[in-house]
Design a protein around this ligand. Structure first.
Ligand code: NAD
Length: 295
């Protein structure tokens, strides 16, 4: 049996179509949702990601602006710009493209973003909301949110399933585990110090891999019929992109699998736009717009 290949591009396209009428309603009320992206330095991968984000915004009718700073920018200049964007009525969502150069205090910078504009979900308030499972005021981080969306759009049951998340970063692995725990899965988190990774992965009904190691997951490590979500993006020496999963081998064993590229990546960008539209709606409601106008 060959796995069903989950087409992240197609799901992302459907979500973007769903967003268009919401953007239209907001515009009819005089609000164009706006996203500000802070980009520090000239990391080529960051530039590519920022380009994808602004392109996706344009496609859905969301205003976007990129605030570029040289790699040696001082912390106070960045903080002042974030404060100005917090106060700007044109901007409803704001992200700082990571990673930041070492001389900058990433936590302090992320904590400067107004909670209601923190569409990457990296502010401690939003992280805390995720930990206690409070989802009304929280923006879920975009990559795990995209993975959850893919699972749900494929009708994959999460409740009661054994989920193994490989990778424990603050932007993917940990929030992923918390989101699937909230959906009542039994979740294990593996990381670089995990002894005998295969002993865990083989038990997974749903395996989410976000380690940044090409071919980390091979077929003998995967349970027959498992759902395998590959978050990894690795640039190989020949210039091609690969995930963390040996796709050709594992697709013969899994029931569902995401490709790289074309799996989780397009969803990450789309969920950022989703959160930005959501942020604009919440800000408008808080400013007194009637619920019915946005329904
Ligand atoms: P990270 O480097 O911050 O964290 C990697 C995690 O994997 C760590 O917890 C580490 O302990 C674990 N790990 C590393 N090697 C391992 C091994 N051999 N066995 C078990 N665990 C191991 O990375 P990140 O920011 O979480 O990103 C992970 C991957 O996902 C990268 O390839 C990144 O490019 C990709 N990514 C993709 C998207 C997307 O939209 N598809 C978004 C974010 C990150």
């Amino acid at each position: 049996m060959t796995a069903k290949i989950i087409d992240g591009k197609a799901v992302a396209q459907r979500v973007r179509q769903e967003l268009k009428p919401r953007v239209e309603r907001l515009r009819a009320l005089g609000v164009q949702p706006g996203l500000a992206v802070i980009l520090v330095g000239s990391n080529p991968a960051s530039k590519v990601y920022v380009g994808q984000k602004t392109k996706a915004c344009a496609e859905v009718g969301v205003h976007s602006e990129v605030h570029e700073f040289p790699g040696n920018v001082d912390q106070d200049s960045l903080i002042r710009r974030i404060q100005a964007l917090n106060a700007s009525p044109k901007i409803h969502g704001m992200i700082v493209q990571l990673p930041l150069p070492d001389h900058l205090d990433m936590r302090r910078i992320l904590e400067t973003i107004a909670v209601e504009k923190d569409v990457d979900g990296f502010h401690l308030y939003n992280v805390g909301g995720l930990v206690i499972g409070q989802d009304h005021t929280v923006f879920p981080p975009c990559t795990p949110y995209g993975v959850q969306w893919l699972l749900e759009s494929e009708g994959i049951r999460i409740e009661g399933q054994n989920v193994v998340v490989v990778g424990a970063s603050n932007i993917v692995g940990k929030p992923m585990a918390l989101m699937l725990l909230k959906k009542e899965a039994t979740v294990s988190i593996c990381h670089i110090k995990t002894r005998d990774l295969a002993q865990y992965t083989i038990l997974a009904d749903i395996l989410v891999v976000a380690a940044g190691k090409p071919r980390l997951i091979t077929a003998p490590m995967v349970k027959r019929g498992a759902v395998v979500i590959d978050v990894g993006i690795n640039r190989l020496p020949d210039g091609t992109l690969a995930g963390d999963v040996d796709f050709e081998e594992v697709k013969e064993k899994a029931s569902h699998i995401t490709p790289v590229p074309g799996g989780v990546g397009p969803m990450t960008v789309t969920m950022l736009i989703w959160n930005t539209v959501e942020a604009a709606e919440r800000i408008l409601k808080r400013n007194g717009a009637p619920e019915t106008a946005l329904a």
